[in-house]
Design a protein around this ligand. Structure first.
Ligand SMILES: Cc1cc2nc3c(=O)[nH]c(=O)nc-3n(C[C@H](O)[C@H](O)[C@H](O)COP(=O)(O)OP(=O)(O)OC[C@H]3O[C@@H](n4cnc5c(N)ncnc54)[C@H](O)[C@@H]3O)c2cc1C
Length: 475
């Protein structure tokens, strides 16, 4: 971007923005349009000022994808109208700021559910499409992008495009998952999943080691969802033990209370823990355990409780409780304290996953930086240009960041990056905060990278759309 003029933007627009984990941040001039037409004005303003524009949904990315430090940020949450809903065919057209929460609340009573959701309902659909989110059903349902019938977007050139799997195909497969760097989604049409009940049937059980968790995920691929919790703090060869949750949708006639379960109020999460403690008090309480010793104690307690009281249980749970359990505790991430947290998620091919992940967990422990929470998922590859998915697994690891460990955490993540690349793995831009250009080129492959750059030159010849991630990984 070349500055045309140096006049400053209004000071009152200057805002400090952070990643979801509050571990990184920067100031930017914040614009919050509530009409699609206003986007062009912000693009024109940025050009006049010689600034770049970063897009932001609900700011729930763990990395720096929704930050554009020292530049302009377009917060798209106010573009949140549902344009049309066809309950007969389960097709919905939304503006990009509509959240996953707004979506399920609109469609549930008609017997539909978003086919792919993240572990929280607060992100926007625009943000979820820009990262091409995956759920606990990724090997079954693919990423969100596979359920998009059509999207409309505004490119920085001012061109308005309509993309479908059979129209503007290159842009369709590139824009989905390209972190808001090619254009702004202005309208998204999704095909939803028909359901017969607002509940799922869940089975849970423990596994004594990481290879056994991997094997259990493999053996339960006929479930609709499966996910493994991994204890990354356990001693010796118990490291990587954990618990599996496998769930399936209920068929017609299986749930006598199906009609009631499809009501929004039947899905609402309770306000108190065990009927006693107000849930807003939990982050402060949990912060007492966000240290190496505390996390080890909590993980041990959770594993023992799951192995005894909760082992090999089947039960019914609402779709919201199963998918968005973390939302139960408002601002749970605050338990990580002032330095916040990062999440390190890597994707490994099936054959390499169990051994490489165990090596990574051992490495973290040896460095004195065990992850306090590990989550393992099953994936399948997809056709999107900047895809993170593989035929294999992902392990997401939460790390507490403090003033004294920040540099060591970055060094640890760099070492893990090398291990992942050596094992033929990939990364997810919604979570990443440490990759550099060489590593990105290595996992995406030169062909995909060059194709992305060529599309960027065409859709955005002046590099108007940028964010901190772009400057770190692509520029
Ligand atoms: C507790 C928690 C659990 C999570 N679980 C999962 C999970 O299970 N699976 C998963 O895949 N992810 C998961 N995530 C990550 C999250 O789903 C993604 O980061 C998602 O992109 C967040 O959406 P957002 O609206 O907050 O977008 P933001 O974080 O604000 O932005 C993300 C990207 O989208 C771009 N963008 C935003 N709006 C538009 C638009 N209209 N047009 C073009 N680009 C746009 C931004 O530039 C940015 O690059 C989780 C996050 C949290 C906090």
């Amino acid at each position: 971007m070349k500055a045309q003029q140096t006049a400053a933007l209004p000071l009152e627009r200057l805002a400090r923005l952070e990643n979801f984990g509050h571990s990184f941040g920067g100031s930017a001039w914040l614009y919050q349009p509530n009409q699609i037409e206003q986007l062009k004005h912000v693009f024109a303003l940025a050009r006049r000022q010689g600034l770049s524009v970063g897009l932001r949904g609900a700011g729930r990315s763990y990395g720096d994808a929704a930050l554009n430090s020292g530049q302009i940020v377009l917060d798209l949450r106010a573009l949140n109208r549902i344009r049309s809903w066809d309950p007969q065919h389960g097709r919905i057209t939304v503006e990009p700021g509509v959240t996953i929460e707004q979506l399920w609340k609109t469609v549930l009573a008609d017997g539909w559910w978003p086919p792919v959701v993240p572990g929280t309902m607060f992100p926007t659909i625009g943000g979820c499409l820009a990262t091409n989110i995956h759920g606990k059903n990724n090997w079954q349902a693919g990423p969100l992008g596979e359920h998009v019938l059509e999207f409309e977007a505004l490119l920085p050139t001012g061109k308005h495009v309509v993309c479908r799997p059979d129209k503007n195909v290159d842009l369709y497969y590139a824009m989905i998952g390209s972190m808001g760097l090619l254009g702004v989604f202005t309208s998204i049409t999704l095909q939803l999943k028909q359901i017969e009940s607002g509940n799922v049937e869940v089975k849970s059980w423990t596994e004594p080691s990481l290879p056994k968790i991997v094997a259990a995920l493999e053996a339960n691929k006929d479930s609709d969802y499966v996910v493994g919790w991994v204890d990354c703090t356990a001693p010796g060869n118990q490291l990587g033990r954990g618990q599996i949750h496998a769930a399936r949708y209920l068929h017609a006639g299986e749930d006598p209370g199906a009609e009631d379960s499809l009501r929004v109020d039947a899905q609402v999460l309770p306000d108190r823990v065990l009927g006693l403690l107000p849930k807003r008090m939990l982050p402060a309480l949990m912060s007492l355990f966000t240290n190496n010793l505390g996390a080890r104690a909590v993980n041990l307690g959770k594993y023992l409780a799951s192995r005894t009281i909760g082992n090999h249980k089947s039960y019914r749970q609402s779709l919201v409780a199963f998918n968005f359990l973390l939302d139960y505790i408002p601002e749970w991430e605050r338990m990580y304290g002032r330095g916040g947290l990062i999440q390190y998620q890597s994707f490994l091919p099936q054959a390499a996953a169990a051994d490489a992940y165990l090596d990574m967990l051992r490495y973290c422990k040896r460095a004195g930086l065990p992850s306090y929470l590990g989550v393992l998922k099953r994936h399948r590859p997809d056709k999107f240009l900047l895809s993170h998915a593989v035929d294999g697994y992902s392990l997401a690891l939460d790390f507490r960041v403090t003033r004294s460990n920040a540099a060591r955490i970055v060094k640890l993540a760099n070492e893990l990056d090398t291990m992942v690349l050596r094992a033929g793995g990939r990364f997810y831009f919604a979570k990443d905060i440490t990759l550099d250009r060489k590593e990105v080129a290595s996992f995406l492959g030169e062909k995909a990278l060059q194709k992305f750059k060529a599309l960027k030159r065409k859709a955005d010849p002046d590099s108007l759309l940028q964010n901190d991630l772009y400057r770190r990984c692509f520029e």
